[in-house]
Write a protein that binds this ligand. Structure first.
Ligand SMILES: *[C@@H]1O[C@H](CO)[C@@H](O)[C@H](O)[C@H]1NC(C)=O
Ligand SMILES: *[C@@H]1O[C@H](CO)[C@@H](O)[C@H](O)[C@H]1NC(C)=O
Ligand SMILES: *[C@@H]1O[C@H](CO)[C@@H](O)[C@H](O)[C@H]1NC(C)=O
Ligand SMILES: *[C@@H]1O[C@H](CO)[C@@H](O)[C@H](O)[C@H]1NC(C)=O
Ligand SMILES: *[C@@H]1O[C@H](CO)[C@@H](O)[C@H](O)[C@H]1NC(C)=O
Ligand SMILES: *[C@@H]1O[C@H](CO)[C@@H](O)[C@H](O)[C@H]1NC(C)=O
Ligand SMILES: *[C@@H]1O[C@H](CO)[C@@H](O)[C@H](O)[C@H]1NC(C)=O
Length: 343
């Protein structure tokens, strides 16, 4: 990541073309580049579009790509990027600034739905739960490697848009490496200018029911023998909602506290990261909230649509096997409000 601090120094094109130069030459190169950097600091470095090419030994040329300086506030500069994907050209959009984001959330908090809404925007590409694959979160190196590919627009998924993507990201569950390596992730976000979108659920009892039902369906496969976490028709939603989980009330309060703690801890870790906090219920009640997200990502406001249908609708009493017991367990606690109808 040190190469970012040198601003004009493009690791790939530089190392790719001059791998066998003597260490002295390399050191000279860095000095020359740093000088070039300071000369071009306003026009080239701040836009991070400088390319350094090595034509012949000892001769270094700074080639400036003619991207107009975007009309942005100085504080925004670290958050604006001009990725150069290795697999394709950004063509007519190569000078469109790109913002990096990550949706930090927990399972069954509406992030799948939220992501389909974001991906309905022509200029937003959110690549799914990429760290659900264990090998990618095995250690900090594999995490960084994965993040680099996503943010360089080299991650090809069904969410990939055309070369005019203006905001690129993915959804990251807190238990998929974030809380295990908070310092490194925060540092990556800081040096690479990644913004975080926290998406939580207000009603953690509803979330728990969704978690239990989803776990059950993993084995039961209620929809024609396939396990589905999200559905696209009221009929399918109704079938999945027929299963009523039994909640272990001995552990209930403890589990709710644990989720609250994880949420609070994550916000503490990322307090210095540029971020926004969203609640599933607020978006479900008022879609205008999404415009705040589009503003945060600096993409044009647009109405966003998702085909997903909510699974557990209406009063919670219809969705829990031992409702009376659950009611008794939460009455008189700080979690009493979770019993009431709300999204
Ligand atoms: C957004 O959703 C609408 C309605 O489902 C669809 O027609 C449109 O193609 C979607 N746009 C994108 C970019 O996915
Ligand atoms: C959004 O994408 C369209 C083409 O799909 C492009 O013309 C436009 O410049 C992009 N907007 C931004 C803000 O990059
Ligand atoms: C991280 O995991 C990868 C893949 O398993 C492995 O090749 C690499 O050596 C590991 N790196 C570190 C620093 O542990
Ligand atoms: C199951 O499959 C049948 C036949 O393909 C289809 O008519 C029905 O809608 C499916 N049911 C669900 C819940 O997906
Ligand atoms: C609830 O969890 C506790 C602690 O793990 C366990 O001892 C108890 O048997 C569980 N109760 C039910 C009804 O499963
Ligand atoms: C969460 O729990 C851990 C371990 O009990 C504790 O050290 C930490 O301070 C708690 N965090 C918050 C924000 O409450
Ligand atoms: C919906 O949210 C927007 C912006 O967040 C706010 O201005 C508006 O008053 C809200 N509408 C309702 C009906 O709450």
């Amino acid at each position: 990541m040190a190469d970012d601090d040198l601003c004009c120094f493009n690791k790939d094109s530089f190392l790719g073309k001059a791998p066998k130069k003597s260490p002295l030459l390399l050191r000279m190169a860095v000095v020359v580049l740093l000088m070039a950097c300071s000369l071009y600091i306003s026009s080239v470095c701040l836009k991070q579009v400088g390319i350094v090419s090595v034509n012949s030994p000892g001769i270094f040329k700074v080639v400036e790509r003619q991207c107009p300086v975007p009309n942005i506030e100085p504080w925004e500069i670290p958050y604006v990027h001009y990725p150069k994907p290795t697999m394709y050209s950004r063509a007519e959009c190569e000078c469109n600034p790109v913002r990096y984001f990550a949706i930090l959330s927990m399972q069954r908090s509406g992030s799948g739905w939220f992501e389909t809404l974001l991906n309905n925007h022509t200029n937003v590409s959110s690549n799914g739960e990429i760290f659900s694959v264990k090998i990618r979160r095995r250690n900090v190196s594999t995490i960084v490697e994965t993040l680099d590919r996503v943010y360089n627009l080299d991650w090809l998924s069904s969410a990939s848009k055309n070369e005019c993507t203006a905001a690129v990201g993915f959804k990251w569950m807190l238990n998929q490496g974030v809380m295990q390596h908070p310092d490194e992730v925060v540092e990556y976000f800081r040096t690479r200018g990644v913004s975080a979108i926290f998406l939580f659920r207000r009603n953690l009892l509803r979330r728990m029911i969704s978690v239990l039902a989803n776990e059950y369906d993993r084995g039961a496969k209620l929809l024609n023998g396939t396990h589905k976490s999200h559905v696209h028709s009221p009929h399918e939603a109704e079938i999945l909602a027929r299963y009523k989980p039994l909640i272990n009330t001995t552990l209930l309060i403890h589990n709710l506290k644990q989720v609250e703690n994880t949420t609070a801890q994550a916000l503490e870790y990322f307090k210095s990261t540029r971020h926004m906090i969203l609640y599933y219920e607020d978006i479900a009640k008022n879609r205008t909230k999404l415009y705040e997200v589009l503003d945060f990502l600096k993409v044009p406001q647009r109405e966003l649509k998702s085909r997903q249908v909510k699974i557990h609708k209406g009063s919670l009493s219809n969705h829990v096997e031992n409702w009376e017991e659950v009611q008794a367990a939460l009455q008189g606690t700080q979690y009493k409000a979770f019993l009431d109808i709300d999204y």
